[in-house]
Design a protein around this ligand. Structure first.
Ligand SMILES: *[C@@H]1O[C@H](CO)[C@@H](O)[C@H](O)[C@H]1NC(C)=O
Ligand SMILES: *[C@@H]1O[C@H](CO)[C@@H](O)[C@H](O)[C@H]1NC(C)=O
Ligand SMILES: *[C@@H]1O[C@H](CO)[C@@H](O)[C@H](O)[C@H]1NC(C)=O
Length: 344
């Protein structure tokens, strides 16, 4: 009886292994068969797929690769995500100066195993995704042409002033879930940057010298206690500011710091506020839940109440504070006429 079960199990295991193997073989052969046998395919590394329908793309993702295969010169889009790549030696991309996208997320990249000029010659690189790796530093000599750089979910503790030097076309920078305590002046020259994501780091203050074009700033899950005076007048293009899950108190907010007409969304949930800060009438979304707010101050939204002058607020969340629906004065209906429902 047991022998029969064992034999049967072995047969099943054997069958699945051989099926897998033959699928893999036929995949390899399929590419080498006359139909797919174009000039482009001949350069394609054996580990990867270069489908004739996308002649500039090379797919090497999810194959347990430990090294970056050679990239042929006509390739522009390289997918290397979900592998086991820890190091990249200098010169690997030198034959492929036309790369536009380079996807390396979800690997094991280690800063000490990445050559100093790996990316340096990629003059047309537009997107570089290095998130979910084990980097401790921003790789040096990044191409100045990059517009979107992802470095989230690594172990980066510091950015230096040269980290993003000359990257005047960078519009989105993601550094979330690292161990940054400060970003220093590293962002100063990024004149096209509109989105900065530094959630879930160890920042103790709002970064100063933010790029002037910045519109979206994500600072959730840090150790920030205060917001600098004039924060939004110094950064007049900011529209979305997310500061949830920090340690901000009333004392940490200079008066009127959020009363600027450009702000559209402000998230201050999960902090230590006891009062509702004054906001502009132009604000549309305000998140204040999970604080210690004790009173509903209508003047924070409206100032003198008039029939013609009201707040544009649509979303107001106040639940998990120390107020209840009966603390909301009747006049709120005039001023907050666009808010469908106040969560308390
Ligand atoms: C930035 O983008 C412009 C327009 O696409 C381009 O002409 C310029 O060369 C780019 N700058 C860099 C440093 O790549
Ligand atoms: C908010 O700013 C507006 C416009 O600058 C100003 O008129 C208003 O008095 C300010 N609100 C408060 C409560 O200071
Ligand atoms: C509404 O309030 C703003 C800012 O307080 C003020 O500049 C504006 O003149 C007011 N408009 C009306 C119609 O009362």
């Amino acid at each position: 009886m047991w022998t029969a079960v064992l034999l049967l199990t072995m047969a099943i295991v054997d069958l699945s292994v051989s099926q897998h193997y033959s699928q893999w073989l036929s995949q390899l052969r399929g590419r080498r068969q006359p139909l797919g046998w174009g000039a482009e395919d001949a350069d394609c590394p054996l580990e990867c797929d270069c489908p004739p329908s996308y002649p500039t793309a090379m797919y090497c993702n999810g194959r347990n690769l430990q090294h970056v295969p050679n990239v042929p010169s006509h390739i522009e889009y390289v997918y290397l995500q979900h592998n086991q790549i820890a190091g990249i030696r200098d010169g690997v991309f030198d034959d492929a100066p036309n790369l536009v996208w380079l996807m390396l997320f979800n690997n094991r990249l280690d800063s000490d195993k990445i050559g100093k000029s790996v990316f340096g010659k990629l003059k047309h690189l537009d997107r570089l995704f290095l998130d979910h790796n084990e980097l401790t530093r921003v790789p040096p000599n990044l191409p100045k042409s990059i517009t979107e750089l992802r470095l989230g979910h690594n172990k980066i503790s510091k950015v230096v002033s040269s980290s993003f030097e000359g990257m005047t076309n960078l519009t989105a920078l993601r550094l979330q879930a690292n161990v940054l305590e400060d970003v220093g002046g590293a962002l100063e020259g990024l004149k096209s940057l509109t989105m900065l994501d530094v959630r879930q780091n160890k920042l103790r203050k709002v970064p100063d010298k933010l790029p002037e074009a910045l519109q979206q700033l994500y600072l959730e899950f840090n150790d920030i206690e205060s917001v600098p005076t004039g924060f939004l007048t110094l950064n007049p293009n900011l529209q979305f500011v997310r500061l949830a899950h920090n340690k901000i108190t009333d004392k940490g907010l200079p008066s009127n710091v959020f009363n600027v007409s450009t702000l559209v969304e402000l998230d201050l949930s999960f902090n230590k506020l006891e009062k509702i800060p004054v906001v502009s009438r132009n604000l549309e979304n305000l998140y204040l839940h999970a604080n210690k707010i004790k009173e509903f101050s209508l003047s924070s939204f409206c100032g003198p109440i008039s029939m013609t002058n009201f707040s544009r607020l649509r979303m107001l969340r106040l639940e998990s504070n120390e107020i209840s629906a009966k603390d909301i004065p009747a006049e709120a209906a005039y001023c907050l006429r666009r808010v469908a429902f106040i969560d308390v």
